[in-house]
Design a protein around this ligand. Structure first.
Ligand code: PDD
Length: 281
């Protein structure tokens, strides 16, 4: 099926969506991105994603490619033109085109591309069984709070997971789990959710933020602290969150079953609450 994609001011059939070989995203990974979920044809938590985009751009001294209103319109048009009921919109801003030089080019204009991907977010079969994960060293730079397109370490981590028959890799630094290659990491012990506090070492997930709010509203306690792999192995439950997986139970870590090898009650409850809200947008 051919999609309609967006490239710098134009909606085009995907085969016509092209960027320059001088795009700094291509040459230097000099770009940032967002992934926003769509449920029932509606954008979920859009404002949180745009808030984070604004921060990523600011931290990299990169200009907005258009106005926030235009960007919202790009998202809505893509949903309409592709008749997208459920899935995600990927959008990427780069510092634009210029002859290759490391420092910021003076006259380059930020470039914007966006496209849709169909995905089963609500009725995701993995959520029924839970997923397997592996652990791997965190090889990334120290500005992981910026949602940069520089994703080679996560690509290698995810590939390692797939080669070991798992879905995700939790990255480990100084003996503690930082986060997943494309998700935030959580364990549950004695009914309490434990996850690493925000810092430059992890991405501030929009799903994480929504989860904190929903947990509070439903009386689920959350403690922000780093945890080790051993602690995760001894936990009652483990799960991950992201815009494309929402709340996803983890039932195996490095080949060891977690919480009896079944999605746990706290995780299931949080997924359900999250889905209810996403479907009521
Ligand atoms: N990844 N941590 C990392 C390193 C991520 O790449 C992501 C998201 C998250 C979760 O953030 P959010 O809840 O806002 O999706 C945490 C997206 C989905 C991706 O790269 O496809």
């Amino acid at each position: 099926m051919s999609r309609i994609v967006y490239v710098n001011g134009e909606f085009l059939p995907e085969k016509d969506g092209k960027i320059s070989i001088f795009d700094r995203g291509f040459l230097f990974a000099d770009g940032v991105y967002e992934v926003t979920p769509i449920v029932n044809g509606k954008l979920v938590d859009y404002d949180a994603h745009m808030e984070r985009l604004e921060r990523s751009l600011k931290e990299l001294k990169m200009a907005w490619p258009c106005t926030p209103a235009e960007l919202r319109n790009v998202h809505e048009e893509l949903v309409t033109r592709n008749d997208l009921k459920e899935g995600i919109i990927y959008m990427q801003v780069t510092r634009g085109n210029a002859d290759r030089q490391f420092n910021f080019p003076k006259d380059a204009k930020s470039s914007l591309v966006a496209f849709t991907q169909v995905m089963a977010l609500v009725d995701n079969a993995n959520a029924r069984t839970g997923v397997k994960i592996v652990t791997t060293p965190d090889l990334r730079w120290l500005r992981r709070d910026i949602k940069s397109v520089m994703l080679l370490a996560p690509v290698l981590g995810k590939q390692e997971a797939y080669e070991k028959g798992a879905n995700e890799a939790w990255m480990v630094e100084d003996g503690k789990v930082t986060e997943g290659t494309s998700s935030n990491a959580y364990i549950v012990k004695d009914g309490k959710v434990i996850t690493r506090p925000l810092s430059n070492r992890i991405l501030a997930g929009c799903t994480r933020r929504a989860l904190f709010r929903l947990a509070k509203e439903h009386g689920v306690q959350v403690e922000e602290r780093a945890f080790s792999v051993d602690e995760a192995l001894a936990a009652d439950e483990a799960f991950l969150t992201s815009a494309s997986q929402f709340v996803m139970p983890i039932t195996e870590i490095d080949g060891h079953r977690v919480g009896g090898g079944q999605p746990g009650p706290v995780t299931r409850k949080l997924r359900e609450i999250f889905l209810q809200e996403a479907q009521s947008v």
